[in-house]
Design a protein around this ligand. Structure first.
Ligand SMILES: [Zn+2]
Length: 125
């Protein structure tokens, strides 16, 4: 679920408070949505008041939901890493799968779901 947060502060000498909007959570970047002649910040259905109608998309800070999974930040997920077999006569391919874990084409990975090639790649980056 995402939530629209409003914070207001008074700038020195200004008549009106300055509003800041931010969206926390969710995976959809904020937009301003016109509906039935009214304006809303989406997602979150925050209804804008008339005096807020001049806000722009850029006025809304966005803090997307982050999945809490183990990260391999240095792995290029579109890249296939080629490693030499221990006998040196063929290559295996190590790459990241859709769930974010590494897989390898060698027979050892086929049996154990882990192998030294993956360790080599992940520790060398
Ligand atoms: Zn392997």
């Amino acid at each position: 679920m995402s939530k629209v947060m409003i914070s207001e502060y008074w700038d020195h000498g200004k008549k009106k408070a300055i509003r800041r909007y931010s969206i926390h959570g969710g995976t959809i970047p904020p937009t301003i949505f016109d509906w039935n002649g009214e304006k809303y910040i989406m997602p979150g259905w925050y209804k804008l008041e008339k005096h807020e109608y001049n806000i722009k998309r850029e006025d809304i800070a966005y803090y997307p939901f982050k999945a809490n999974k183990p990260k391999l930040p240095n792995i290029d997920k579109n890249k296939v890493y080629k490693v030499l077999s221990s006998k040196g006569n063929k290559h295996y391919e190590v790459k990241m799968n859709n769930t974010g874990s590494m897989e390898c084409t060698c027979p050892g990975y086929g049996f154990r779901r882990e192998c030294r090639h993956i360790k080599e790649i992940t520790s060398s980056l």
